[in-house]
Design a protein around this ligand. Structure first.
Ligand SMILES: Nc1ncnc2c1ncn2[C@@H]1O[C@H](COP(=O)(O)OP(=O)(O)OP(=O)(O)O)[C@@H](O)[C@H]1O
Ligand SMILES: [Mg+2]
Length: 487
């Protein structure tokens, strides 16, 4: 199948090179009845009627008739796709230019008077549908946007600088339009989304993480959530600049990672856990063998000796799944010096703790929890999910023995993401796990929509300090004194 055929299929255009866009109308009942239309080989009378239709459609569109506008766009697009048979270029720039030329010809044939700006807008919308990911292409190209949320065809939201707002000037025509773009996303991955499998995780070619849910599960229509892949991953310098951590905290965390402490990054959805995990992993010395295990490969480690493993859902026959747990167990046979698990959600937590307890120090993972204490409770529940029927006390002993510290990350009310706690897990007292906060975020006020505050030491010196010293890490003593810390 040529690139053009693929483009046509995913754009809902006629396939098989009929060179007749009205074929599309027959194949796709959702098309308006006047959709399609021949090229210059049509009888003049028919052409004149079409030109009149187009002109009235364009007029109506100027008057704000959204349906008519999208019908007109659809008709021009179908015509364009039907005539694209003669184009044969795999290079996007050439293809775009050829499409633009064809578009201009078709518009002239339609005898529609559009202003230069309207013409350009229509072309960009059609080109985005044919060559890119439709209306959201512009949002994907906008580097200030970190997340895109499509809740059905007309409700699109984006996150900028931690704030989620509605994107007013971007909409899809209808459900079918969103579904065509979804098809464009999943088809190259050999996946499909339909009523029998209405939820799918996928990835864009640039690595962005995509989740898709369609009707009947999503009642508001086809729903797409895209976590954009950072072209250049955030570093600890960025996090210091954003006020998410201080230089002292960065030094402390670097020391902990070099000394091979086992750490868990805890936080809510989208709080910046993966980003912080990436930053912590960047402190792992370059000569250590790192094995990463993730659901969707998001980590971007810069070290030389890294093996990246990605889990896999089952295929259409329901077989072939490789879970995070399978990968954690397998990676123990790959002579890891550091194991980095993108996120623990279930029984793999127990395997992870066992790895940490059996000589794989310096392992890192993340989990969903809102406080360090909750994250310990969450670890317990996940270990129970492993189905080993272990008594709770045994699980707590595993946790207390394995995890040295929890770094709590949060997205605050003002949209900023910050480390709010660094907590040491000290051991057990009776049946309880003992923990103590080493650093804590203190909110001092609220100014101009921004939270003013700082992360400061609680005054407690960690019990694992000796391990840091054994590893040759020297930290200024005032780093832990409650008078220290920097705004
Ligand atoms: N400290 C930070 N300051 C500003 N932006 C950040 C910070 N940390 C992460 N981000 C941005 O926030 C978004 C979410 O980050 P990330 O993917 O790390 O969150 P997460 O907690 O792993 O999300 P999820 O729960 O969906 O896995 C990304 O766009 C990322 O670039
Ligand atoms: Mg994440």
């Amino acid at each position: 199948m040529s690139i053009l055929d693929r483009l046509k299929n995913s754009s809902g255009a006629p396939s098989g090179g009929t060179n007749n866009a009205s074929g599309a109308a027959q194949q796709r009942p959702q098309q308006p009845s006047n959709a399609g239309g021949g090229g210059s080989n049509q009888p003049p009378q028919q052409q004149a009627t079409r030109a009149n239709d187009a002109a009235s459609a364009a007029r109506a569109s100027k008057e704000g008739g959204n349906n008519t506008q999208s019908e007109f766009k659809q008709r021009v697009q179908n015509k364009l796709l039907a005539e694209m048979d003669n184009l044969d270029s795999a290079r996007p720039q050439e293809l775009r230019k050829a499409i633009e030329d064809l578009f201009n010809t078709i518009l002239n044939e339609e005898s529609v008077v559009l202003s230069r700006a309207e013409r350009q807008r229509l072309f960009e919308a059609i080109a985005a549908d044919i060559l890119g990911f439709g209306p959201i292409q512009l949002l994907l190209e906008d580097d200030s946007i970190s997340e895109i949320m499509v809740n059905g065809p007309k409700n699109i939201f984006a996150e900028r600088k931690g704030q989620i707002t509605r994107v007013n000037n971007v909409t899809f025509d209808d459900d079918a339009h969103v579904l065509r773009i979804i098809d464009r996303i999943v088809a190259p991955l050999g996946r499909r989304v339909d009523e029998s499998s209405p939820m799918v995780d996928a990835r864009l070619p640039d690595g962005s993480r995509v989740n898709i849910v369609i009707r009947p599960i999503a009642l508001c229509g086809p729903t797409i959530t895209i976590r954009k892949f950072a072209k250049t991953p955030l570093t600890h310098h960025d996090l210091i600049r954003f006020g998410s951590m201080t230089p002292e905290i960065a030094d402390f965390l670097r020391g902990c990672i070099i000394a091979a402490l086992n750490a868990v990054v805890s936080g809510g959805t989208g709080s910046g856990k993966t980003t912080l995990l990436n930053v912590l992993s960047s402190f792992i010395p370059n000569d250590e063998r790192i094995i990463t295990v993730e659901n969707a490969a998001e980590l971007q480690l810069q070290q030389e000796h890294v093996v990246t493993l990605e889990s896999r859902p089952s295929n259409v026959e329901g077989t072939g799944a490789v879970t995070i747990q399978d990968l954690v167990v397998n990676c123990l046979r790959m002579r890891p010096e550091r194991i980095v698990v993108g996120e623990c959600r279930s029984g793999e937590a127990l395997d992870m703790l066992q790895a940490m307890n059996t000589g794989h120090d310096g392992s890192l993972t993340t989990l969903h929890a809102n406080t360090p204490r909750d994250s310990v409770a969450r670890l317990e529940v996940m270990c129970l999910m492993a189905g080993m029927d272990l008594p709770v006390r045994a699980i707590r002993e595993q946790i207390a023995g394995a995890v040295d510290m929890i770094v709590q990350q949060a997205r605050l009310r003002d949209g900023s993401r910050k480390i709010t706690h660094i907590t040491e897990i000290q051991g057990m007292e009776g049946d309880m796990i003992t923990m103590s906060d080493l650093f804590e975020f203190e909110q001092l006020g609220f100014d101009n929509g921004k939270i003013i505050g700082r992360i400061r030491p609680t005054g407690i010196r960690p019990k694992f300090m000796e391990r840091l010293e054994d590893a040759g890490i020297t930290l200024p003593p005032q780093i832990f004194s409650s008078g220290g810390g920097r705004r």
